[in-house]
Design a protein around this ligand. Structure first.
Ligand code: NDP
Length: 286
């Protein structure tokens, strides 16, 4: 079984690389952006013809939420055209597509966890391009899983946890917003669930394609997340909660983006760790 991973040097790509050794039944093909530019259809066709994947995990994306507000064309190219290209080549080679999307497709006005059936309404360019990417895939190919996740962190790449640890080494005090509520997701937990979904497809004839939510369990604000990162790493810092209004950013973020995971738990029998429990397994590796 061949699993091709795009965006292999990103957070999720590296998390997948880190667990590839414990899945010897899978032949992984890890493609970085230089090996496979998903915005180039010819390049996608050539790579798929060469490796003939049974599954493709599209971990490639434009993920700079604030920059996307001024780089709309680039965000569109990668998150919409790129997603479309990958769906086209998956269809051509009958490969199952596992595409990663985001909680930022929602506007954050809900007060209960978002289900897969809730109406998306992105508030920023990044969320809109990710939603358009989802739609492009759905128009092209029926063998897809779209996994919406949130607040991804890991020891790899750039993320909130690493930014907090860096800032703590440079400053004595820090202010972090406490009025955006969501759930952190350990990239390795996400990587593991993707592999579990692939293994399920291999062993079960039932077709369960569609949209699924995945994050760790529980919920918190970015302030709570920062507080826990410092607590686990025994870092003393003057940490203050602030409102989003007093920390303006180019992109407006959802005030609430907790994802309901009932569907993925039921369909694939996955047990999901609480975000604090999972954070402990990463922070000590830094
Ligand atoms: P990263 O930004 O860490 O990685 C994205 C990767 O995509 C990078 O390695 C980048 O390569 C690659 N890439 C960019 N453009 C192209 C291209 N044209 N062709 C091929 N590869 C390209 O993202 P994450 O791993 O954090 O995110 C994985 C997925 O999860 C994405 O779909 C993202 O939208 C989604 N997600 C992420 C969240 C988060 O908090 N990070 C939250 C919710 C969803 P290079 O560096 O060389 O440009």
């Amino acid at each position: 079984m061949v699993v091709l991973v795009t965006g292999a040097n990103g957070q999720l790509g590296q998390a997948l690389q880190s667990i590839s050794g414990i899945n010897p039944q899978i032949t992984f093909v890890f493609c970085s952006s230089s090996g496979l530019d998903i915005t180039n259809l010819q390049s996608c066709i050539a790579v798929f013809e060469k490796y003939q994947p049974d599954y493709c995990i599209n971990a490639a994306a434009y993920t700079a939420v604030d920059k996307a507000e001024s780089e709309t064309d680039k965000a569109n190219l990668i998150n919409v055209i790129g997603a479309r290209n990958i769906a086209e080549v998956c269809k051509k080679s009958n490969a199952v597509l596992l595409h990663i999307s985001t909680d930022f497709v929602f506007d954050g006005t809900s007060i209960t966890p978002y289900t897969e059936e809730d109406m998306p309404n992105p508030t920023g360019v990044y969320g809109k391009t990710k939603l358009d990417g989802e739609k492009a895939i759905q128009e092209i190919w029926n063998k897809y899983f779209i996994i919406r996740t949130s607040w991804v962190y890991s020891q790899f790449g750039n993320n909130f946890m690493k930014t907090m640890l860096r800032l703590a080494s440079e400053r004595t005090h820090l202010s972090v917003v406490n009025d955006q509520i969501g759930t952190p997701t350990n990239a390795v937990d996400l990587a593991e669930v993707l592999i579990k979904m692939i293994q399920f497809c291999q062993t079960t004839p039932i077709e369960v394609f569609g949209i699924y939510n995945f994050s760790n369990e529980g919920q918190c604000s970015w302030y709570d997340f920062a507080k826990k990162i410092f607590e686990i790493n025994s870092i003393k810092i003057d940490l203050q909660p602030i409102s989003s209004a007093s920390y303006p950013t180019p992109a407006q973020r959802p005030a609430y983006s907790v994802l309901d995971k009932s569907k993925i738990k039921k369909a694939f029998g996955v047990a999901i760790k609480n975000w604090e429990e999972s954070l402990k397994t990463v922070s000590f590796l830094i």
